[in-house]
Design a protein around this ligand. Structure first.
Ligand SMILES: [Zn+2]
Ligand SMILES: [Zn+2]
Length: 77
């Protein structure tokens, strides 16, 4: 079975995630999030939802984007 690329755990229920043509193997969503989730440019939290993007910078929510001086953004949700 495949080994998690984050924590190295060799787990029979590991799974593969394809991102931008590269495949990654994880044993848990926690590890997948740790490795793949983008980070909010303002509050540094891991973005698990849709997030918002402005000028190539990604934020967890419109509020964070506004704090960075981005105006006119609305949350997708
Ligand atoms: Zn892991
Ligand atoms: Zn944020």
């Amino acid at each position: 079975m495949a080994r998690c690329e984050v924590c190295g755990n060799d787990y029979e229920k590991s799974f593969e995630v394809k991102l931008a043509g590269k495949s990654h193997v994880f044993d848990s969503f926690e590890c997948a999030v740790h490795a793949l989730a983008p980070t909010c440019a303002h509050c540094r939290c891991k973005i698990l939802g849709h997030g918002v993007e402005a000028k190539g910078v990604i934020y967890c929510c419109a509020h964070c984007a506004q704090e960075k001086g981005v105006t006119g953004l609305k949350d997708h949700a």
